[in-house]
Design a protein around this ligand. Sequence first.
Ligand code: THU
Length: 148
Amino acid sequence: MKIDEILEKYIEKIKQELIFYNNNSYSPYSKFKVSSVLMILNNKSNLVNFIGGTNIENSSYGLTICAERVAVFNAVSNGLINNYNNKWLSLFLYVPVKEFVPPCGACRQVISEFVKDIPIVVFNKEFEFKIYYLSEIFKEVFGPSFLK
Ligand code: THU
């Protein structure tokens, strides 16, 4: 499924999921609420799954974790790793500000552990969006091949 098709067919569901996770943001220090949702296709059933996360801050600031990493870890924890059974179709990101906020470098690295490339659809406050491809915004990847 192409990203245009995905957005056309699932936009209401995507918004609903992003708003749900955004409302759960634990960000008392930055007050910067982020949510992220992965859309995953089950190749056997042909059904899609939406699994997400929010940013979770800590009074020991450096222990804060971004929404994208929580979404990825949530998917992996639920057995939805990207493989022949499940295909990660797209990652959505929502920050209710006027700018389009792309994923931070650490999250790009974590996403790249599981997918070579994926469209990352970034929504602003008005639910306007911009599409980035991981392969464009994260080149020269450090990956598992170096550890052999
Ligand atoms: N944050 C994310 O959740 N994702 C990003 O890609 C960038 C930053 C969070 C971390 C922190 O809670 C707040 O935004 C401000 O940095």
